[in-house]
Design a binder for this molecule. Sequence first.
Ligand code: DLL
Length: 438
Amino acid sequence: MNLIASNDNLSVSDYVDSTYLRELQLSRLQRIVRHTYDHVELFRSRMAERGVTPDDVRTLADLKLLPFTKKTDLRDTYPFGLFALPMSEIVRLHASSGTTGKPIVVAYNRHDLEVWMEVMKRSFACCGLCSSDLIQVAYGYGLFTGGLGAHYGAEALGATVVPASGGNSKRQVMLMRDFGVNAICCTPSYFLHLIEEGRNNGIDLRELPLRVGVFGAEPWTQGMRERIESGAGIQAFDIYGLSEIIGPGVAIECQEHNGLHIFEDHFYPEIIDPDTCEVLPDGEFGELVITTLDKFAMPMIRYRTRDLTRIISEPCACGRTIRRIDRIASRSDDMFIIRGVNVFPSQIESALLSVDGTEPHYNIILYTENGMDNIEVDVEINAALFSDQVKSMERLQARITAAIESLIGLRVKVKLVAPNVLQRSEGKAKRVIDRRVR
Ligand code: DLL
């Protein structure tokens, strides 16, 4: 099956002419819609319900005629129901465990892997990395897309890969120091742990050749970025992606750190109102929906990511012409409602980190007391303050409580804990513990 037209260019420049880009997106969209329609039963039946065929896609605006795909569709068709190629053409599977029940499984043919390498290579280039750099990959290798995704992208760039995978923090820091590593890829929460690990072993990351961090796979705030950059003397880049679409490398910040460039020659973004599913104009916040334009083993048409952001279409000072998405502060399903107020964990993180003396290690515990739902925030504070007098601890506690209240409009219980008490994660941090009685 020759799916790739001979004039189709895999490595479109991030500085591409936008008229050409829109034409390319449309021709890729038409091709992938036809391919999915021909090979995925669920998509064909949903199109039939709407009375739509691939021939109805004449412009990019016709995307709105197409049905959405949701995570439940992947679960319901577990494991291989959305594959659009026979197993003989599929060369890699990955899976994401998710929080409940069965994992979701994703597939790649050889072309899809090339696309992935390409977007990861472009991602590293956005961070100013090149073939002379040593890149340590501390995302987990295995079914999770982080490790292998970063690995092959770094190799495609021609950089030297240090495939450390996640965990064994002492060794991670030793490798960074002994090899003179220039860039590290891991979750932002794990990197904070590596900074501490270094400190506990007399290694100050600020004194190493490390200059770039490529952090993603979980939400993190501007406050967290500041703690990371000052703690390690590096420039931190936010990288976004999800297994269903490809893995890491869907979007990344450039040196401007003002939104994440989305590789829209491969991933077409839309923003919708999550309640009405109405498509919103560029600039408005809502749920990110992505269509994979150039992936054949498991194409995703209008995939509802649940991630909340907006599209930034204004030109970027870096000169790239591809659009940006705003930092993903939250997922719509991370939101919890306490006494009628909608709260996102990232709001609590922002408030906490705005207070001097707090460490970027915290847990949010939801509990029920006298029939009412409440929030407790456990936060580590720095060693000097912890051993200080009760009075100054109380003042700090009051400052944190006030900072959170002014941001979310709710009074929460704040518990100050000693350094190194809360559990550290090697991958995605789990910060919310829900003990509410339902
Ligand atoms: O986390 C892929 C990845 C690996 C991205 C390494 C970046 C770096 P999943 O396990 O399928 O895939 O989880 C995807 O993680 O829908 C978001 O909710 C969240 N997420 C990923 N990157 C970011 C980010 C990988 N930079 C889910 N900021 C996504 C906020 C992120 N949330």
